[in-house]
Design a protein. Sequence first.
Length: 64
Amino acid sequence: MSLKHFHLFFIACSEGLMAFLGRWSYLQRAAGLPDWHGIVIAAAGGLAGLVYLTWFVRHYRTLS
């Protein structure tokens, strides 16, 4: 596995972890716990990861 492929894999794993954090935080909120910051953090992290993934895929071919 090349470094570029590992980087794509790492971004995908990070997006999966953000989805897990968002779902877990949502379920904690639904159970009556007052903390909703995890949902916001997961959404911000997921969005930032998608922006970075888009940028990386665009520049994927120019990387050596």
